[in-house]
Design a protein around this ligand. Structure first.
Ligand SMILES: [Zn+2]
Ligand SMILES: [Zn+2]
Length: 346
C-alpha cells in the first residue's frame, strides 16, 4: 500500500510502498477515506515534538471504512464507516480502569508512536474505532477527532454549564470548535480574544463578542463588558504565558481557567488577589477521552458542530501535495484545514 512516511526529521515526507498491516484478534483494518493534516504533524516533521522510531507513517486524524475485523471485535463489521480515537491505551492499568486513558502507563499516540493514517490502510485496536454516522462526511469525521475533541474535553474539565459566560483566547482550530460547542451547550456571552482581524470577524459572525487584543488590554475589555464581574470560564488555547495570565485575570468569582496551549514559560499569579479571593481555579487540559467521543460525534451528526466546505481543502495521498500542505500549515492564519482523501486509481 501507499504510505507517506517521515524518514528524517526536517525533511519532506517520503512516499513508500509498505505491506498492508496484519490484523490481530482485537484489531480492525480501516481503508482510510480521510486523514487530517494537523499542526502536530508539522511539529513532528520539524523535530519540535520528537518521534523516537523513524521511519513512521504520520497522521492521527482518521476516518474510513472497516476493511477487516479481528475475531474478538464485536461492535463493528466490514464496510462500517468509522472514525479513530488516536490514543491507544492498555485498558488495564490503574488509569485505564478509571477511564483516564490519557495517563495510561503504556499509552501510544497513533501517527507518533505507531504508524498513522497518511496511508491507504491503517490497523487500530477495535476499541479505538467509533461508528461514524452517515450524516458526517469522512473529512469532518477525521478532523473532529483532534481539535474538536480536545475543545470538548477542555469545556468538560472546566465544568462549563448552560448560561455561563466564556472567554476564548485564540481562535484557531480549537477555538473554532470551542465556540460551536459552547453555543451547543446554550452558553451565555462568549468573548473571543484574538489579534487577527479575519479571525475576529469570523468569531463575531458565529455569534461571539470579538475582543481585539491589539487595541486595548483584553482583560479590561472583558471586565468592562461584564460590568466589572468577569467570566465564568476562560479557555487559553494559544500557549503563551501572557494570555494564560489574562485568562486567569478575566475570571469572576468561582471562575475556572482551563489551560490547553503549550508553553515552557512560567506564569505569575498573585494568589490572594487573583485566585484565593475569588475562589478561582486553574485547570490543566491534556488531550481527550474515549468516553467523550460519542457526545462529540452526536453534536456533529446533529449539525451543531460543523465545518463548512469552504474551510476544508482536499489533497490526494501524494507526497508532493502533502508536503506542500505541511509547509503551508507552518504560517497559516485561517481556518482552512487540509484533509488527505486517497484516490483509488493509483
Ligand atoms: Zn491533530
Ligand atoms: Zn493503561
Amino acid at each position: 500500500m501507499r504510505a507517506m512516511r517521515l524518514v528524517q526529521v526536517g525533511k519532506p515526507l517520503d512516499q513508500a510502498d509498505i505491506p498492508i498491516p496484519e490484523v490481530g484478534s482485537s484489531d480492525v483494518l480501516i481503508r482510510v477515506a480521510a486523514a487530517g493534516i494537523c499542526h502536530s504533524d508539522v511539529h513532528y516533521q520539524a523535530g519540535i515534538s520528537k518521534i523516537d522510531d523513524l521511519p513512521l507513517t504520520l497522521g492521527h486524524e482518521i476516518a474510513g471504512r472497516v476493511e477487516e475485523v479481528g475475531r474478538d471485535v464485536t461492535h463493528l463489521s466490514a464496510s462500517d464507516r468509522v472514525c479513530v480515537h488516536y490514543l491507544i491505551s492498555c485498558g488495564s492499568c490503574e488509569f485505564c480502569v478509571r477511564g483516564l486513558e490519557q495517563f495510561c502507563r503504556s499509552g501510544q499516540m497513533i501517527g507518533k508512536h505507531r504508524d498513522g493514517g497518511y496511508a491507504e490502510f491503517i490497523k487500530v485496536p477495535g476499541a479505538n474505532a467509533f461508528p461514524l454516522p452517515d450524516e458526517i462526511p469522512f473529512e469532518v469525521g477525521a478532523i473532529m477527532m483532534c481539535s474538536s475533541a480536545t475543545a470538548l474535553h477542555a469545556l468538560k474539565k472546566a465544568r462549563f454549564k448552560a448560561g455561563e459566560s466564556l472567554a476564548i483566547f485564540g481562535f484557531g482550530g480549537l477555538g473554532f470548535s470551542a465556540l460551536q460547542l459552547a453555543l451547543a451547550f446554550d452558553c451565555g456571552d462568549v468573548y473571543v480574544v484574538e489579534i487577527n482581524p479575519a479571525k475576529l470577524a469570523s468569531a463575531a459572525n458565529m455569534g461571539a463578542i470579538a475582543i481585539d487584543a491589539r487595541t486595548a488590554d483584553p482583560v479590561a475589555q472583558i471586565k468592562e463588558a461584564t460590568a466589572g464581574t468577569g467570566v465564568h470560564v476562560a479557555l487559553e488555547l494559544i500557549g503563551s504565558a501572557k494570555t494564560m495570565r489574562q485568562a486567569v485575570l478575566c475570571l469572576g468569582p468561582l471562575g475556572r481557567a482551563a489551560l490547553v496551549g503549550l508553553t515552557a514559560e512560567s506564569i505569575s499569579i498573585f494568589p490572594y488577589t487573583e485566585l484565593i479571593n475569588k475562589e478561582a481555579e486553574i485547570i490543566g487540559v491534556s488531550d481527550h477521552l474515549a468516553t467523550e467521543l460519542p457526545m462529540l460525534i452526536e453534536l456533529a451528526r446533529s449539525g451543531k458542530l460543523r465545518f463548512s466546505p469552504e474551510t476544508l481543502r482536499v489533497v490526494d495521498l501524494d507526497a508532493a501535495q502533502i508536503n506542500a500542505a505541511l509547509d503551508a500549515l507552518q504560517d497559516s492564519i485561517d481556518h482552512v484545514r487540509t484533509v488527505i482523501v486517497p484516490s483509488s486509481d493509483k
